[in-house]
Write a protein that binds this ligand. Structure first.
Ligand code: SAM
Ligand code: SF4
Ligand code: SF4
Length: 337
């Protein structure tokens, strides 16, 4: 039977984000810079990854304590072999109502139909620029926008709902905010702008590189007047706006300048099965080790409940008060976005 568990700040556990692989076919400068993630970099070995059986077992337990939504991410989740088989298995778990996937889109032309047939509901597609030169300079693999847009098209044609996510970083792509909005206006795809966050240790984050929600709003409304919309549900991370002329909806995700920790219902499982209660956590808890030591499902449920009951993470709420930067935060490609 499904129950609901709450943390120290009264937040229920509702969402589980699972990184299914730490490898990626791109090298976005702010996430997996090519000079660090080069041929010497030691990615996780296959046996270190959670197996599909292990993921299914864990999701079944998480569903029994209130998790309804699953997001598969990475690294690039479509590099995980037979990901559609995993999706079909997760879809069959009682209590799981929503399965989403975050992807750079490059492999969607090959997989979109299979993903839809397996039961995937939604896709968040990452695209940080509509201009080829800007995009090529960001993604570290000289990839143009056309293959990503082809992926988006394939997903739409397969009947998947697609939202487009653009990380905005000063000096990298803020001049693309308006062109991206123009490109996706009237297409039915919701474009969401994401403030550049201080995840991990390798992306050289500084407050000056954050383009704030307010700035993004101002840039857009100069050309395309907006009006605010109410959140769709408790814990929604994006502030929603609609174009006043009826051209559709956009979102702004403002983890830095207008945090949403007070409604954060998300737990994260890294590719090697470590549970984290915050995107900015530095300490996790290996559920894989427990599973491989023979912990029963009942015992695992107790562990998960105890850990969540003790949760008090609210990194973004406290960011401004941090005396010094926390060392050794987990990298985005390992914990997933
Ligand atoms: N490879 C897939 C993709 O790019 O969609 C999934 C993994 S990626 C880590 C998930 C999302 O995190 C992407 O939209 C990416 O742009 C975003 N991301 C990575 N580093 C970030 C940062 N420092 N601040 C904000 N978003 C970030
Ligand atoms: Fe890969 Fe996604 Fe990170 Fe880009 S943002 S390097 S596509 S994991
Ligand atoms: Fe949730 Fe941590 Fe982000 Fe706050 S900083 S919204 S607690 S993941």
């Amino acid at each position: 039977m499904q129950q609901q568990i709450y943390d120290q700040l009264g937040r229920p556990l509702r969402d589980l984000r699972i990184s299914v692989i730490d490898q990626c076919n791109l090298r976005c400068t702010y996430c997996m810079p090519a000079e660090m993630f080069d041929h010497n970099y030691r990615f996780l070995q296959p046996e270190a990854l959670l197996s599909f059986d292990e993921i299914e077992q864990l999701v079944t337990i998480f569903a029994s304590v209130g998790v309804e939504k699953i997001r598969l991410t990475g690294g690039e989740p479509l590099l995980r072999k037979d990901i559609d088989v995993l999706i079909a298995r997760l879809k069959a778990i009682q209590g799981i109502h929503d399965i989403a996937l975050t992807t750079n889109g490059l492999m969607l032309p090959k997989y979109a139909k299979k993903l839809k047939e397996a039961g995937l509901h939604r896709i968040n597609l990452s695209l940080d620029a509509i201009n080829d030169e800007v995009f090529q300079a960001i993604n570290g693999r000289d990839v143009k926008t056309a293959p990503v847009l082809k992926g988006l098209d394939a997903a739409s044609k397969a009947g998947l709902k697609v939202k487009v996510n653009m990380v905005v970083k000063r000096g990298m792509n803020e001049q693309q905010v308006v062109p991206m909005a123009r490109h996706f206006k009237n297409t039915g795809h919701i474009l969401r702008f994401i403030e550049f966050m201080d995840v991990g240790n390798v992306n050289g984050w500084g407050e000056s590189s954050v383009v704030s929600k307010q700035e993004i709003y101002n840039m857009l409304s100069e050309y395309m007047p907006l009006e605010a919309l109410k959140p769709n549900y408790y814990g929604e991370v994006a502030s929603r706006f609609r174009y006043q002329d009826g051209g559709g909806e956009i979102g702004i995700i403002s983890s830095v300048t207008d945090h949403f920790c007070h409604t954060c219902t998300r737990a994260r499982l890294s590719a090697d099965g470590t549970l984290y209660h915050c995107l900015f956590a530095s300490d996790g808890y290996s559920l894989k080790d427990l599973l491989r030591e023979g912990t029963t499902s009942y015992e695992m449920k107790q562990h998960i409940m105890n850990k969540w009951n003790n949760r008090s993470n609210q990194y973004s709420a406290l960011r401004a008060h941090q005396e010094e930067k926390k060392p050794n935060k987990i990298e985005m490609s390992y914990i997933g976005g």
